[in-house]
Design a protein around this ligand. Sequence first.
Ligand code: 4NP
Length: 154
Amino acid sequence: MKRILMVCLGNICRSPLAEGILKSKVDSQKYFIDSAGTGGYHIGKLPDSRSIAVAKKYNIDITDQRCRQFEQSDFDNFDMIYVMDSFNMQDVLSLARNKEDRAKVKLILNEIFPGENVDVPDPYHDSERGFENVYKMLDKACNVIVERLENGEY
Ligand code: 4NP
């Protein structure tokens, strides 16, 4: 069982979408996918209604998800930790205890733009279009992740 964690700031907009999209593409017997936020503003809440709506548009239901905060034990409980932007990267790395922890953390869009360190823009203060844009980026990145997982690269 491979365990993959998606991380953003609030765990209500981007990482719930990343979790839902990746879950929709892999066998749940082989992969455990979860998400968390570096901030603790929305703990226990549903994803943002705009994330729920864009996921639903593509036939993905993310209403089973509840917001939780990233914690140090996530380094033990996950094999790979995908962050959405460089702030999330800094926040997650600040909790890393050693180089094994640090090696688990990757910027998700580096899967499609290797080495370019492109952020998934935070759509919280944006319109529905922002959420659609985020969905499309994450969908492409998740396609590459699935390909690499299935090829045994990860
Ligand atoms: P997310 O977006 O990190 O993609 O979930 C945000 C949601 C809420 C807040 C920030 C970012 N907030 O500050 O409440």
